[in-house]
Design a protein around this ligand. Sequence first.
Ligand code: FAD
Length: 294
Amino acid sequence: MLPHLPEKLVWQFSKRYIAGETMEDGIAVARQLNAEGIEVTMDLLGEFISNLQQAEANKNNYLELIDRFTSEKIKGNFSLKPTMFGLLLDQEVCYQHLRAIVQKAKDCNSFVRVDMEDSQCVDPELDIFKRLKKEFSGYVGLVVQAYLRRTFNDIMDLNKLPANGHPLNFRLCKGIYIEPAEIAYKEYQSVRDHYIEDLEFMLRHQIYVGIATHDKYLVEQALELIKRYRVSKDLYEFQMLYGVTPDLRKSIVEQGHRMRVYVPFGKDWFGYSTRRLKENPKMANHIIKALFFR
Ligand code: FAD
């Protein structure tokens, strides 16, 4: 258990990883990254809501953000967490909010990625994704987590969906939540091995993949697979979190691969940071590093 953390201390750690509290802050960071040849995916913070008014407000904020990106010609797309739109309160309301956001993205020729949350959310998030994919094929994608024992089967199952003119579009990550051993691989190398197995399947089946990792070993393995299967540059990209491993990020960009940075912003930065710390105590090491090795 982590002790109660004062807001000031958490901010010291968080400011490297969060664009700021406002939409303007998010847009400023997106522009900066665009200038370095990097695309973005924007994440409005605020995962846990207690009523559906908050879900409605979150939807409106995303709609405004998509408008701003379009009118200001910023290179990027949008990531969202279904719990912010009422997934755990009313799944149909959540679906309708996501539908409105993906419709907006389609109208603006953009793209929305549905983040994957903790294991209780996986089935409802897969259901919502399947419905959205049917209607908005090329404008919506999903995250899959290599640490879940079910994931390889989920990928194979999703690969049977009708293509509707566009390949599937996944972000592949290790997974950030603490899950029991019955449902998730716990051993570090085992998660890596399953990540590679999932990635190889995607690359062999022409599934578009966002290779989301800061693990140098996985980046090297991914580059090998891309070479081995002669994967076209328009079928993959690398993805990293804002503020994390900027040197590795730079070296990937310099080798000519597409890079997208996940940019969280919003007033709920405190909740976001402390939840991440509770979910993954390893992050506490990053706080200490950020505080003492600045
Ligand atoms: P690790 O072994 O954890 O990290 C490798 C190295 O990277 C570490 O040794 C450290 O030096 C550095 N590092 C990694 N993370 C940090 C950090 N936060 N701060 C400082 N240094 C760090 N998870 C989900 O469950 N659902 C999602 O929807 C989701 N979306 C993501 C989107 C993107 C673009 C990325 C990059 C990650 C996302 N994640 C998501 C998180 C992911 O599942 C992992 O928990 C996280 O990326 C750490 O795994 P890693 O592959 O980087 O390997």
